[in-house]
Design a protein around this ligand. Structure first.
Ligand code: DAH
Length: 344
């Protein structure tokens, strides 16, 4: 019986030596060491031996199966690490390759500026007028008449305003101020709104002027609204938009739809008030027009000027963006040059 075991041991070890893959090792384990394997078949004959032989042959059989198990395991480990190494080689990822960059879209600087201005006024209690209430293709009635603009005012000239050649009195709006009329026609005071939008003017295009641009109109009408309220709101706006250290000044002006009227200047952002080319030596830059809503405008909308008063203001988005970001040519906003747009 011992010789039989020795033979099994010898053939099994040669088989293990010759094996070239993990699956072959599995077959060998099955052939010699499984429950129905050759070693077990022999062990079944142990019961017929004497006690003495049972002990020694039994121990020998156990030793053989342990040794074979160890040999199989060792070879299995060797194959396994070899296979792993091969896979790591062939499936290797070169992490030094530069990735493909995915270009990110950005919000246009004029939209960013509009959003910033709108959110400042929203925080001051103004709500945004839906753009559908105040169209870009407008009538003279809203763009001029109801805003107290005289029939012979130069702004009405075709040199300044685009008129339709199909319908009479139809214009591309030259200002967002008409939104004031649409709002007051539709709502009773208190009214506290802003209306952003695009406007058109018949201009020769240059670094400072384009034939369309964007404005934000503001209107506050209620009982007891004063010029002090106007100054409070617009000073706060400038403080939040340009930074708290930027001085402002209110300069008396004229607009047909406000009385009194003013323009707001901020200290020049280039020379800090010393006087330079940008501010034409004055030390100040104009940022918006404003005033107390003219009594004639209120009356035209059946709002009693003895009960209600209000203020209005209008500002150019391009101008405010140009001042804040030191952009020296308005056309840059409309050329769609990525090198410019990516800077915002
Ligand atoms: N609409 C004027 C413009 O285009 C700006 C403006 C000035 C608007 C005074 C106003 C205002 O509401 O009160 O130049």
């Amino acid at each position: 019986m011992k010789t039989q075991l020795e033979n099994i041991y010898n053939t099994a070890t040669t088989d293990i030596e010759k094996a070239v893959s993990i699956s072959e090792l599995d077959d060998i384990r099955l052939k010699y060491l499984s429950r129905k394997g050759e070693l077990n078949n022999i062990k079944k004959g142990l019961k017929d031996l004497s006690d003495e032989d049972k002990r020694t042959i039994g121990a020998y059989a156990n030793k053989i199966s342990q040794d074979l198990e160890t040999l199989l395991q060792e070879k299995h480990n060797a194959f396994y690490s070899e296979e792993l190494k091969k896979r790591l080689e062939t499936e290797r990822i070169d992490i030094t390759l530069t990735g493909k960059s995915i270009p990110m879209g950005k919000i246009h600087p004029l939209t960013q500026t509009t959003n910033e201005i709108v959110s400042i006024f929203q925080n001051l209690g103004f709500s945004v007028v839906d753009s559908s209430l105040s169209p870009e293709v407008e009538t003279e009635y809203y763009n001029f008449d109801m805003l107290n603009v005289p029939k012979d005012h130069p702004a009405r000239d075709v040199q300044d305003t685009f008129y339709s050649n199909i319908a009479n009195n139809v214009v591309l709006r030259s200002q967002t101020s008409g939104a004031q009329i649409h709002v007051m026609e539709n709502r009773k005071p208190p009214i506290k709104v802003i209306a952003p939008g695009r406007v058109y003017r018949n201009e020769n295009i240059n670094a400072r002027k384009n034939n369309f641009f964007h404005q934000i109109e503001g209107l506050y009408v209620d009982k007891g609204v004063t010029f002090g309220d106007l100054k409070g709101v617009l000073n706060e706006f400038v403080r939040l938009y340009f930074g708290s250290s930027r001085p402002t000044r209110f300069r008396s002006s004229f607009f047909p739809f406000t009385e009194p009227s003013a323009e707001v200047d901020v200290q020049c952002i280039m020379c800090q008030g010393k006087g330079c080319k940008i501010c034409s030596g004055t030390g100040w830059l104009e940022v918006l027009g404003c005033g107390m809503v003219d009594v004639n405008v209120l009356k035209g909308l059946d709002i009693d000027p003895d009960v209600y008063s209000g203020f209005a203001f209008g500002m150019g988005v391009e101008r405010l963006a140009m001042l804040k970001y030191a952009v020296d040519d308005i056309r840059l906003f409309f050329n769609n040059d990525k090198r410019f747009l990516e800077q915002f």
